[in-house]
Design a protein around this ligand. Structure first.
Ligand code: LLP
Length: 450
């Protein structure tokens, strides 16, 4: 049985290959650790989403959730594929605008957007703000009044539908006990609707929910759609407002290991569309436009991280540690969510797995373990380890812990690899450091104190 995902190949040298690029060549050319993203796969995922959702439901839009991985090149790619963009901070918005992404196709999210971020969004002409909380309704109403323009800002209201999908508790977001959204139960959401409708500078177009991430059981989407449909009817009865947009967020899971059972993207998107359609079919309610904003399932399985194996430590009768030149700083998901990854030795990809080893990172943390007990071909110092399905929430969550520079990101397609994020340099690591004069060695201590 192949121990590599279907869109990877093994070339005549026995090396792991992705979209026509030899990963060993990539490691040699760009250094390690290295994030490699398969452009062909990302584009295929985008197209499968767009086509699948449209097969299931009549009026649809797919937006890419930039938090999974964002840089200028990815914004350009998403624009080429005709996707909208979900941003969640001033920094993500800035990135998108720098890439020339059309602001009208941007949804701006966040459970605690700052005044500056809201101002930035309004000035940039962001297509839709997703309001999360009554505080923001007030803040926005004040800001839009101050701009003095006649144009009303389009907004969605984020709801907490009270759904708990089966996923890691840190990535559940739709339950009532959550910092996100206005709870439907108890009337907060309805109060939010009334507040927005009373704001002359805001135009409510519909509602948003995001129930969680790495969801493998699609039934939660159907349950959510049902709850929303009941809420829409209640809102219309109470206020006369009819929603034009229903944004069900992201959340579709990807295959991290062979044990993860899931539908291909096209079928999954189609199924979600169909479930929403089934909910609205019997109702006397105009079908709203259905928006999905996937992140992980667009870029996740397109990514592979390459590391160089250095130190190998065998503790007889206990375990063998294989240490790589990255770890927790470039992939904090293992420590945060107990995420499990699969990997192969890229320069021995054709060889059978011989022994179970533990892959450890290089930081000063015992918990910096990337993969526990994974069967690999016999590892040697200098080998390149390829960890699969690392396209989402790795670079975007990376840190400089231990002052390790963040790795580069390479986009590969049809035998060509292009840098889309350069490797951080030591100079960049110290670039924001400032040393007050009193700490400079040449300054006498008394003078500094005096
Ligand atoms: N829309 C909203 C409002 C979100 O909060 C998220 C993710 C998405 C869309 C995209 O969800 P996706 O399709 O990627 O599941 N760091 C965690 C995941 C956090 C997800 C946060 N919100 C992880 O590495 O598993």
């Amino acid at each position: 049985m192949r121990n590599i995902p279907e869109h990877f190949q093994i070339n005549s040298q026995g090396h792991l290959e992705v979209s026509g690029c030899d990963t060993i060549e990539l490691a040699r050319k760009f250094g390690t650790p290295l994030y490699v993203l398969d452009e062909t796969r990302i584009r295929q995922n985008c197209r499968d989403y767009v086509a699948g959702l449209a097969e299931g439901y009549p009026d649809t839009q797919v937006c890419y959730a930039g938090k999974a991985f964002l840089c200028r090149a990815i914004c350009c790619l998403m624009q080429q594929e005709g996707l909208g963009l979900d941003v969640v901070s001033g920094g993500e918005l800035f990135t998108a605008l720098k890439a020339g992404f059309p602001p009208e196709d941007i949804y701006f999210h966040g459970n605690n957007k700052s005044r500056q971020e809201l101002e930035f969004a309004l000035q940039s002409g962001v297509g839709c703000l997703v309001i999360d909380g009554l505080h923001e309704v007030e803040l926005l109403a004040g800001l839009t009044r101050a701009t003095g323009t006649e144009k009303r800002q389009r907004v969605l209201l984020r709801l907490a539908p009270g759904v708990e999908p089966h996923t890691h508790v840190y990535t559940q977001t739709g339950q009532e006990d959550s910092k996100f959204g206005l709870a439907i139960n108890g009337g907060q959401a309805l109060a939010g609707v009334k507040a927005v409708l009373n704001s002359p500078h805001l135009e409510l177009t519909g509602f948003h929910v995001h129930i969680g991430s790495q969801i493998l059981d699609l039934a939660s989407y159907g349950v959510t759609a049902g709850i929303l449909a009941r809420f829409l009817a209640e809102v219309r009865a109470e206020t006369g407002f009819t929603a034009k947009v229903l944004n069900l967020g992201g959340g579709l899971g990807i295959r991290y290991t062979r044990d993860d059972k899931l539908l291909p993207v096209r079928e999954a998107a189609g199924r979600i569309g169909q479930m929403v359609r089934e909910v609205f079919s019997p109702l006397d309610y105009p079908w709203p436009k259905l928006v999905l904003e996937p992140g992980r399932s667009i870029v996740g399985d397109a990514g592979v991280t390459l590391y160089t194996i250095g130190n190998i430590k065998t503790i007889p009768g206990i375990r063998k540690y294989v240490m790589v030149d990255g770890g927790m700083p470039d992939n904090p998901r293992v420590a945060l969510y107990q995420a499990v990854y699969e990997a192969v030795i890229a320069n021995k990809a054709g060889r059978p797995a011989k022994e179970a080893v533990t892959v450890a990172g290089k930081t000063c943390e015992s918990g910096d373990i990337l993969i526990r007990d994974i069967p690999l071909a016999v590892p040697e110092s200098g080998d390149i380890l390829a960890v699969f399905s690392t396209g989402a929430y790795t670079y975007s969550m990376a840190s400089n812990y231990n002052r390790l520079p963040r790795p580069a990101v390479v986009l590969v397609a049809n035998g060509q690899g292009d840098l889309i994020v350069a490797r951080e340099t030591y100079e960049q690591i110290v670039a924001n450091d400032l040393v007050p004069p009193r700490l400079c060695a040449e300054e006498p201590r008394e003078a500094a104190e005096g």
